[in-house]
Design a protein around this ligand. Structure first.
Ligand SMILES: *Cc1c(COP(=O)(O)O)cnc(C)c1O
Length: 297
């Protein structure tokens, strides 16, 4: 595609996107397709020759859009909000155009420093102290996986040389997101070493049961490694007693990770701050900036 054709199709595409955003309300939220239908409509083999751009756009509307769940539809009330506001769509244009790789500082100096600066802004909005250093991940799940790696390294510093042990235990509640157990499984903690502690009538972790589980593991020769406490559990938006969990976990020498993936953005609201009291003493925190809870706190 030469620069002039790019210009022409680029303008057409901006028109298409603007029209889509204007009329998305008139479309269905859920597509009218059965499993396998889109797959069957698509060619089995890749085309041998290029197709005109107009054809590609027609296919996009007929085959792809018609088979897409519209997350930015005003009546989409499932899961979470998405971040494709008009400014962020335009930002994607620019990001794609210069397509940076942040492997090293030198491979993308501005990218690397922009990440640090903007995560510093986010940290300030969340009311977290300057000791917190931010990293942008593709998902909260990968962030929690990395927190569990840090926890293991913290509790057993020679893990890096000797590999994983099988007596380390991760504690969380029965309301916890599946990413915590998934991360523990991926790292080889083992299903038997993930404790999902029962919760109280507000779906917050029960401290007495947490401590009893820790005591039992110690008696049986296992090593408490990490507590993952939650501010804003996905099913109920419940909040664990963060300060008490941290005090307890510190007493047993554990790493504390706070999963605030869902409710984290609410920390920016002064009226929600009490729900986050004490989280600034955690060893690691994960939050999804785009996941603004739709209900109040
Ligand atoms: C959504 C959610 C996650 C996982 O987020 P991903 O970015 O999809 O990996 C983890 N924890 C909580 C509490 C969540 O609500």
């Amino acid at each position: 595609m030469n620069p002039n054709d790019f210009r022409r199709h680029g303008h057409e595409m901006v028109e298409w996107i603007a029209n889509y955003l204007e009329t998305v309300r008139d479309r269905r939220v859920l597509p009218d397709v059965k499993p396998g239908e889109v797959f069957d409509r698509l060619p089995t083999h890749a085309p041998d020759t290029a197709e005109p751009f107009e054809q590609i756009m027609q296919d996009f509307e007929a085959q792809i859009l018609s088979g897409s769940t519209l997350w930015n539809h005003p009546r989409f009330f499932s899961y979470f909000a998405i971040s494709s506001t008009p400014p962020s769509i335009l930002a994607e244009f620019l990001a794609a155009a210069i397509n940076q790789n942040g492997i090293l500082w030198k491979s993308g100096p501005a990218l690397t420093e922009l990440e640090q600066v903007t995560l510093g802004w986010l940290r300030e909005w969340l009311g977290l102290p300057p000791e917190y250093f931010g990293i942008m991940y593709d998902t909260a799940s990968v962030s929690t996986l990395h927190a569990l790696i840090a926890a293991r390294q913290f509790v057993v510093p020679d893990t890096r040389r000797h590999g994983a042990r099988h007596d380390l235990v991760v504690y969380t509640s029965d309301q916890a997101h599946s990413s915590i157990e998934k991360g523990a499984l991926a790292l080889g903690f083992g299903e038997d070493n993930v404790r999902k502690i029962a919760t109280d009538e507000n779906f917050a972790i029960r401290l007495d049961l947490l401590e009893a589980a820790i005591q039992k593991d110690l008696t049986e020769g296992r090593v408490p490694c990490c507590v993952v406490a939650c501010v804003g559990a996905t099913p109920t938006a419940s909040v664990d007693p963060i300060s008490q969990v941290i005090t307890l976990a510190r007493h047993y020498g554990m790493w504390i990770h706070v999963d605030a993936a869902y409710a984290g953005p609410a920390a920016m609201l002064p009226e929600c701050a009490p729900h986050f009291a004490g989280w600034d003493h955690a060893d690691s925190i994960v939050m999804n900036p785009q996941k603004c809870p739709k209900s109040g706190c």
